[in-house]
Design a protein. Sequence first.
Length: 375
Amino acid sequence: MQSQSRGRLKKVFPGANTPEGFFSYYNYMIDPDANMIFIIKGGPGIGKSTLIRRIGTALLDMGYDTEYACCSQDAASYDGVVIAKLGLAVFDGTPPHILEPRFPGVVESIVNLGDFLNRKKLRLYRQEIVEILKEVSLLFERAFRYLREARIIHDDWEACYSQDLDLGCLNCITEELHSDMLHGRGVSPIPGKPRHLFASAITATGPVHHLQTVVGSASRRYILRGEPGTGKSTIVNKVAETALSCGFAVELYHCPLDPGKVEHIVIPELETAVISSSWPHLFEPMKDIDIVIETSQAVSNRTVAKYDSVITESKHRFHRAFERAIECLYNAKKEYDKVQAIYSESMDFQAVEHLGDSILKEVLELEQKIRDATA
C-alpha cells in the first residue's frame, strides 16, 4: 500500500455536449504510451461505469491521486479513470467517445463486457431498442440545435460589452498576473505541455461543474468575475500562452457552450489556478488563497447603460434556449435509460464481477512492480 491516507480525488469532463455536437478531448486524458490502459466495450447498462469506479476507488483508498472522467450526459456516471503516477487508465470506449488501441496488447487491452450478454434474450427487444435509440439520436440533435441558438444569443450578449472594451486595462491585469504568478521566469527553450479538458458540462439535469476538485489543491487562485464579453477568456488565454512559453505544463479547461474558448487554467508546478467565475460555474473565493479580479473595470458604465435593454432581452432569450436544450437532453436520458434497463436484464453481472477481480489483480501487480522499482 502506497500510503495510509487517501489520495486526491479529481473530476473532469473529457467530452461535452456543445453547439457543435459531442466534442471530445479524450486524447488528452493520458499519454498513449502509458503503462496500462483498459478500453471497455459493450452495450449500455452492463456495468462499465461500475467497473471503472471500482478500480478508481481501490487506488484512491491506497493513497493514489485519482482522476475520474465524468459522463457529459450523466455526471453521476464515470466514463474513465486515470492514475497518472502509475501510468494507468480505464476507459469506456463506446460511442460517443469511441476509443481504439494504438498499441494493442502492449499498452491497451480491450475488455468486451458484451461477451456476458444473453444475446438470445436481448434479440427479443431488437425492434424496441432500435426505435428508442433512433429517438435518442433525434433528441440529441435537437438539443445541439438549441445550444447553437443559445450560443448565437450569448455572442450578441457578449458583443454589448466587448465592443467598447478597454484593452489597455486587460493588458495591465494580464501583466500583473504574469508578474505575480510566474515570478519573472523567462522563456524556456522547451515549451510546456498543454492539456485540454472541460471542468463543466451541459448534462441531462442541467449544467454541472467540478471546479472545486480541479482547483482545490492550488495554493494560489485568481478568480476573474465579470459579465460575458468583459475579457475573462482573453486574460486566461494570455496567461496560459505565457506559462507554456516559460516551460510550464498547463491544464486548459474549455467552455462547453464554445469549446474553443478557455475558461480556466491550472499550472500544477506552481500550484496556481486562474478561474472564470460566471454562471453556471460561479466560484466563491476563500480568504486565504484567492484573489478576486473584477473584469467589469474594463467596461465603461456608459456602455452598460446604453445596451441595458438589449442585454436584458439577450439574457432572457439565452436562458430559454438553454433550458430547451436541457429538456431535450433530459428526455434523451429518459429514453436511453429504457435501453440500459433492457441490457441490464440480459447481463451476467456475476461474470462482470469476476472479470473485475482479474483486472484489479493486474492493476495491483502493476502498482507493486512500480513501487518496487522506485523503492
